[in-house]
Design a protein around this ligand. Structure first.
Ligand code: AMP
Length: 305
């Protein structure tokens, strides 16, 4: 099959399905042929959407997908519509060759790597906007961000038609938005119940892995570890019956004194609706934080209770 592909669409490596080999598709046409082959015998297909610059957090999603599904499709697309004006779209790290090699080592079957023109052909005019869980938090700080995410993820679902899809809890609000979209639009591939959240993978000092951590200077990187540490401390206090607003204020103050320039939000939220909570009250809760250091915006979240 590789022989029939144009040079642009040639796989980086041989197509040995199920073996340690990844085939890269740059066009929808090629992707659809590959997907048809993978799913022909009723095999399950797991999709792992990413923006590339892969790290162990992404690879953990791929490993989980390999455990659950017969085949794994990983997408790499730096989606322009989820970046706001003045955000880091141009600076966002791009390293497709290196990412492909990492995915090959993990046993991803297909790497779906469209460019913006393939994803958004001339005249593209559709927007998916999820209300409710997309409001507040990153939805407030990054207007339009979740519309961009929901629209591109819906397209990825239609392109790959996965039986399962895997997302990190690192982007907790994003996971809630995607689940709401799949539920509301009655998606079947994947079904809302086949959207699997994977716990956040962290560096040795507790900082959540992120492609954006590489923007941090050495000093800011060291100071950034205060974020998970202060979150854990606040959670311990809250779980022991401490006052929620007081502990959230203390958390913000600790971040600022550690060198963070601002805290976008530090909120205790209901883990399903994301409604803010001022007390634990036995609810299943999540601590959600976004804070800026050295011009980089870091987000993190942890379960509470
Ligand atoms: P991104 O490339 O940042 O868009 O992330 C792609 C997917 O990887 C999303 O579902 C993220 O939530 C997930 N992800 C990113 N960082 C981590 C992490 N540290 N642990 C677990 N999942 C992650």
């Amino acid at each position: 099959m590789a022989k029939r592909l144009s040079p642009l669409h040639q796989p980086l490596h041989h197509d040995i399905q199920g073996e340690k080999s990844v085939q890269t598709a740059y066009t929808l046409d090629v992707l659809r042929k590959q997907i048809a082959k993978l799913g022909a015998d009723g095999s399950t297909i797991g999709l792992v959407p990413t923006m590339g610059a892969l790290h162990d957090g992404h690879l953990t999603l791929v490993r989980r997908a390999r455990e659950v599904c017969d085949h794994v499709v990983t997408s790499i697309f730096v989606n322009p519509t989820q970046f706001g004006p003045g955000e880091d779209l141009d600076a966002y790290p791009r390293q497709l060759e290196q990412d492909a090699a990492m995915l090959e080592a993990e046993g991803t079957a297909v790497l779906w790597a469209p460019d913006a023109a393939e994803m958004y052909p001339n005249g593209f005019a559709t927007n998916i906007s999820v209300t409710g869980v997309s409001e507040g938090y990153c939805g407030t700080d990054r207007p339009g961000h979740f519309d961009g995410v929901a629209t591109v993820v819906c397209k990825l679902f239609q392109q790959v038609l996965p039986t399962h899809a895997f997302f990190g809890e690192k982007d907790y609000q994003q996971l809630a938005v995607i689940r709401a979209m799949a539920r509301d639009l009655d998606l079947t591939r994947p079904h809302v119940h086949s959207i699997i959240g994977v716990p956040t993978v962290r560096e040795a000092d507790g900082l959540a892995m992120s492609s954006r951590n590489r923007y941090l200077s050495k000093d800011d990187r060291a100071a950034a570890a205060t974020l998970p540490r202060a979150m854990k401390a606040a959670i311990a206090q809250i779980e022991a019956g401490g006052d929620v607003p007081q502990n959230l204020s203390a958390l913000e103050a600790e971040l600022i004194s550690a060198g963070f320039s601002s805290v976008d939000y530090a909120t205790l939220a209901d883990s399903a609706s994301l409604a803010p909570l001022t007390a634990l009250e036995g609810a299943s809760a999540r601590l959600l934080v976004a804070a800026r250091i050295g011009g980089t915006r870091l987000i993190d979240n942890m379960p509470v209770g």
